[in-house]
Design a protein around this ligand. Structure first.
Ligand code: TMP
Length: 204
């Protein structure tokens, strides 16, 4: 594996992925590793503009438009950030292709084949080196979503939807060696250590 892997953090709302990616970034910065951190949708300038459009509470796009917007945001990141830094810097990504399969296919019923085709078209030879999948119980999901002050358009689905999406993530990860499942209902500090140890092993 490249010493400059593409590391993806996935999981539904409240699963702790953003907390973990931030703590990994802090560690890499302290140790002077060369890295970039991006999120999807978002990351690059144009992709952040698309993020605002999709997640705005006033938006009323249908699910196919949402899919195309998520993929458009990805295209901007791939062309402007990922390709330029691939194999040169460690690339940390908060959500990537599995979010599209989990939310738009498992959650919303759009055909997997269509999503896979466009992802292939956008990614070419680029693929994530490994993925940290964060899971959360329904009880903690409900608790954590209630605590969110500024809810966006995708924070407001019913809990059955998020359960379907999480099961989708788990289906993707099943039997795959480059997926690591982190149960966010367990102690956060020990999860942080687990993730960090895993990453240190891969980059040193
Ligand atoms: P987040 O940045 O707070 O995680 O929110 C982004 C939302 O966008 C989240 O609800 C998941 C959703 N999403 C999709 O539905 N499909 C995608 O392909 C991506 C990248 C995100």
């Amino acid at each position: 594996m490249s010493k400059n892997p593409i590391i993806v953090f996935e999981g539904i709302e409240g699963s702790g992925k953003t907390t973990h990616i931030n703590s990994v970034a802090k560690y890499l910065k302290r140790r002077k590793f060369s890295f970039i951190k991006i999120r999807e949708p978002g990351g690059s300038k144009n992709s952040e503009l698309i993020r605002k459009l999709i997640l705005n509470n006033k938006s009323t796009f249908n699910k196919k438009t949402d899919l195309l917007l998520y993929l458009a945001a990805r295209s901007e990141n791939i062309e402007n950030l990922i390709k330029k830094n691939h194999n040169k810097k460690i690339i940390l990504i908060d959500r990537f292709i599995d979010s599209t399969i989990s939310y738009q296919h498992y959650g919303m019923g759009i055909k997997k084949e269509i999503i896979n085709k466009i992802n292939e078209f956008l990614l070419g030879k680029i693929k994530p080196s490994f993925t940290i999948l964060n899971t959360v119980s329904k009880k903690n999901l409900i608790k954590r979503l209630k605590l969110r002050k500024n809810k966006n358009r995708y924070d407001k689905f019913n809990y059955n939807f998020y359960t379907k999406v999480q099961n989708g993530f788990l289906k993707i990860a099943r039997n795959r060696k480059n997926y690591f499942v982190i149960n966010s209902d367990k102690d956060i500090q020990s999860n942080k250590k687990k993730i960090l140890n895993l990453i240190i092993k891969k980059i040193s």
